[in-house]
Structures are given as C-alpha cells and as structure tokens.
Ligand binder design. Structure first.
Ligand code: GAL
Length: 297
C-alpha cells in the first residue's frame, strides 16, 4: 500500500530509499539507500543512519521484489567516500550501450552535508557489484540531491542541486557516462528545488522537484522545458487532493514508465527511524501539458 514501508519476497522490509527504477531486458531493478541501521544525530545536528550500502531489488511486475543484496557496500577505510560516517544518497543508475556497463551516480557527503559531491561507480551487471570510481564537484559546483537522465539520443545528464540548494544544475555526461563533458546549464535559479525527477513525454521534458526542508515534507512543483539544458519554467504543484500540498507527506525521487504510464516514486521519510520510511508509486496524469497526481493505491 502506498505511503507504507513495503516488503520483499522474503518478507523483509525493502531498503531502497531515495531510489530509482531501471528497466533492463524485461526486468525492473530498484536501487536505493539501505537505511537498515539505527537513526542517530550527527554532531552537526543532522539526522542520519550510518552508511551501509546501496541495495538492489529485482521484479518482473513492480509488485514482487526480490532482494539482490547490496550492490555497493560501505568501506571500512576511514578515508573512503563510502566510510560509514559519510553520506551516500539518491543512487541513480543508467545503462551505457557503448560500454555495456551500468553507471551509478550518487550524492556523496560528510555527515554535516558540507562536502556536497557527486560519486560515480560502474558495474557489468545491474545486480552489481559496482566498483566505486571517485567523487567530484561537478563543473566546480557543489552537489547534493541528484538524478540522472538519459535523453532520446542517449546523451545523459547529471541533474543536481547546487549553490547550497538554491539552483539546479544540468551537467552533461561523457559518452561512457562516468565523467562530465564540461557542458553545464542551470534551471530554477534561486528557486531552492531539490529531489529532481525527470521524464520526457511528447516533445517536452518535465521535472518534478521538492522544496528544501530536509526530511520534512513540503510542496512539490513541476517544471517544463522543450530543451533538457535550458528554458525550464516552474508551472505548478502536480499533487492534488488531501495532503497534496505536502506531497502526501512524501518527497520525489524518480519517475519511471510502465505500459505508457509514468509513475512518480516518493519517499515518506520517518526521521525518527529512517529505516521505516515508506514508499509510494503514483501514476502521473497528463492532460495536455498539465500534470496531476493524486494519492491512490
Ligand atoms: C533532504 C534530501 C534527502 C536527505 C535529507 C537529509 O533535503 O532530499 O535526500 O539528504 O535532506 O536531511
């Protein structure tokens, strides 16, 4: 049921927060943060779970999810980006046809969220193991919430909050998707949007984002552009009905498509115990260029 914590085929809680769904060769793969540890308060005051790893679950129907285990695991080296006291959030995976590899981008940070970097890892299979390559400040900017988007011509982009979450940046990825070309543009300047989820439909790009209030819910907004790199305009809150102003007490993380319908994935964060945070997959109704999303099961 939407808004609740879901369980895998073995009856264990699905630990794939801040996640995404990749469809590959007829199987859906759900990647996300494993938060199955105790929630604590860092010296900075930030509420966190020590980094455990990135999970992967597979499914043929988006309903029954098999746990494929941790595909990227915390390191026991205190100098590593993946050490348990770091932040590793919002993993997003894309498949590169040319290299036949799966590339994962993620938000890498220190516990106080001041390092603000993008990390990248690669794997030969969606179920891992992913090899962590490095982290970077994309085009010399900070990077917190992020997504990746693969355009119709297979050019891919890292879309990330920057300038202390004030402005989103759209950074083009290299052909192998593991680096940046240096082509970088901005969207929603000074609008303080994060948790971007992007999709393309009938010639237009849509981006659903949240406001910046940490683990607490706020109003979603969607934007539209005819060009992934420029011309983004904020339109409205797509969420309607009860709790629509609070994104149904959730936060966007990704949009995936099944049978011609786009679905918004939400995290329903529980900052008192993050591992119990729930999920929703909600169909996006598109009327012309207007998006509406209601809470339904
Ligand atoms: C939110 C962000 C989450 C997490 C949280 C930490 O703004 O969307 O992914 O970073 O802050 O407080």
């Amino acid at each position: 049921m939407n808004r609740t914590l879901w369980h895998d085929t073995e009856g264990n809680s699905i630990q794939a927060h801040g996640g995404m769904i990749l469809q590959h060769d007829g199987t859906y793969y759900w990647f996300g943060e494993n938060k199955n540890g105790s929630t604590s308060v860092a010296p900075s005051g930030d509420i966190r779970v020590d980094f455990i790893g990135i999970s992967c679950y597979s499914s043929s129907d988006l309903h029954d999810w098999k746990n494929e285990g941790l595909v990227l695991i915390a390191s026991d080296d205190p100098s590593s980006d993946l050490y348990k006291d770091r932040v590793c959030e919002r993993p997003k995976v894309i498949y590169n046809k040319k290299t036949n590899r799966f590339v994962m981008w993620m938000h890498i940070d220190t516990a106080d969220y001041t390092a603000a970097r993008a990390g990248v890892a690669v794997s030969d299979a969606p179920t891992g193991p992913f090899t962590y390559l490095c982290s970077m400040a994309p085009n010399c900017s900070d990077c917190r919430d992020l997504t990746v988007f693969q355009d119709t011509d297979d050019t891919a982009y890292l879309i990330h909050s920057s300038d202390w979450n004030k402005t989103l940046r759209i950074s083009q990825l290299t052909d192998d998707y593991t680096g940046l070309t240096g082509v970088c543009t901005t969207a929603f300047i000074e609008q303080e949007r994060e948790a971007p989820a992007v999709f393309f439909h009938e010639g237009l790009y849509y981006m659903i984002t949240s406001g910046c209030t940490g683990w607490n819910p706020n109003s979603a907004l969607y934007g539209i552009s005819g060009n992934i790199q420029t011309g983004w305009k904020l339109i409205d809150n797509p969420c309607c009905g009860k709790d629509g102003r609070m994104t149904f007490y959730g936060q966007s993380t990704y949009v995936f498509q099944k049978d011609g319908i786009f679905y918004l994935m939400l995290d329903h964060w529980n900052p008192a115990d993050l591992k119990t945070s729930g999920y929703s997959f909600l169909p996006i109704h598109i009327d012309g260029t207007a998006l509406t999303i209601t809470m339904e099961d």
